[in-house]
Design a protein around this ligand. Structure first.
Ligand code: IDP
Ligand code: MG
Length: 142
């Protein structure tokens, strides 16, 4: 199977809490290769494309506020089955109940407010990975 790519975002809470290195380190230790990295600042237009399937959800305004609350680190990782591998490392969406051993389970929890601050985004399919890489990196090589 051809090597695959994934878009990872260290979300604003991850950057604020000085967890950028920890998140990237866990993915590198698993054996995936970092092929591009950049600071990014979300805006409403890019988030509407990134989270196109969530724009009508009641929590979407809180999600936008969270994602725009500070800079993020965008990274492209590559490797065989990298999407499954990084999603598994990230853990389930709710950080309070995400499995211990995962990024969200070890490093995240609920905080007051409406947004689910869970440190990291990881693409969930090859199609979404390519779409998200185009959003955050333009058409840059990764
Ligand atoms: P994922 O990040 O685990 O793939 P998605 O369902 O794609 O989860 O949701 C994207 C992001 O939206 C989540 O990571 C989380 O920050 C936020 N989110 C998802 N569901 C909820 C919710 O029910 N309330 C508040 N925020 C949510
Ligand atoms: Mg998702």
């Amino acid at each position: 199977m051809a090597s695959q790519r994934i878009l990872v975002l260290v979300k604003p809470d991850g950057v604020r809490r000085h967890l950028t290195g920890e998140v990237l380190h866990r993915i590198e230790r698993k054996g995936y290769s970092l092929s591009n990295i950049s600071w990014v600042q979300a805006d409403e237009e890019r988030l509407a494309r990134h989270y196109a399937e969530l724009v009508n959800r009641p929590f979407y305004p809180a999600l936008v506020e969270y994602m725009m609350s500070g800079p993020m680190v965008a990274a492209i990782f590559t490797g065989d089955r990298v999407i499954e591998g990084v999603r598994s490392l990230a853990g389930s969406t709710d950080p309070t109940t995400a499995a211990p051993g995962t990024i969200r389970g070890d490093l995240g929890r609920a905080w007051s407010g409406e947004s689910t601050m869970n440190i990291v985004h990881a693409s969930d399919s090859p199609e979404n990975a390519e779409k998200e890489i185009a959003i955050w990196f333009g058409e840059a090589e990764g």
